[in-house]
Design a protein around this ligand. Structure first.
Ligand SMILES: [Zn+2]
Length: 135
């Protein structure tokens, strides 16, 4: 291995270990977990993402990828060596994910969504009955 065997975000932030990334589960509708640069002022922000789904009620990893900007940047710096590092970092990120919390968050989201839908249906139904009365 060379001397500079660390990854770097295009913003300049050096990332030596998977523990440095920020992990957010915000895009719940997509079942997407975002992997963000540790630098608060980063202009790139999202470096990768993880998609999950369910098989027989069990959470399953569907996809775990780095965005091309992060891959290309590090390939230009490190050449082929970057592939291994990127793979190692992704493995580390996946290990860090608290799946129980992700699943709980997702279930809450679905519950809220169905409540919202119910309210919408109720409002629609009420709207219809008002129209009926006006006739
Ligand atoms: Zn950055």
């Amino acid at each position: 291995m060379g001397e500079e065997t660390y990854l770097q975000c295009p913003c300049g932030r050096v990332i030596k270990d998977a523990s440095e990334y920020k992990i957010f589960f915000l895009k719940k509708e997509n079942r997407e977990i975002d992997i963000l640069c540790p630098n608060e002022a980063c202009h790139v922000r999202e470096l990768g993402y993880i998609l999950f789904g369910f098989d027989d009620n069990k959470v399953k990893l569907r996809k775990a990828v780095w965005y091309p900007i992060y891959v290309t940047w590090n390939k230009a710096r490190l050449g082929g060596e970057s592939d291994n590092l990127l793979r190692e970092h992704m493995k580390g990120v996946i290990k860090r994910i608290n799946w129980k919390r992700i699943v709980d968050d997702y279930k809450n989201y679905l519950e809220q969504l169905s409540k919202l839908r119910e309210e919408e249906r109720l409002e629609e139904a009420m709207g219809e009955s008002v129209n009926e009365a006006e006739r």
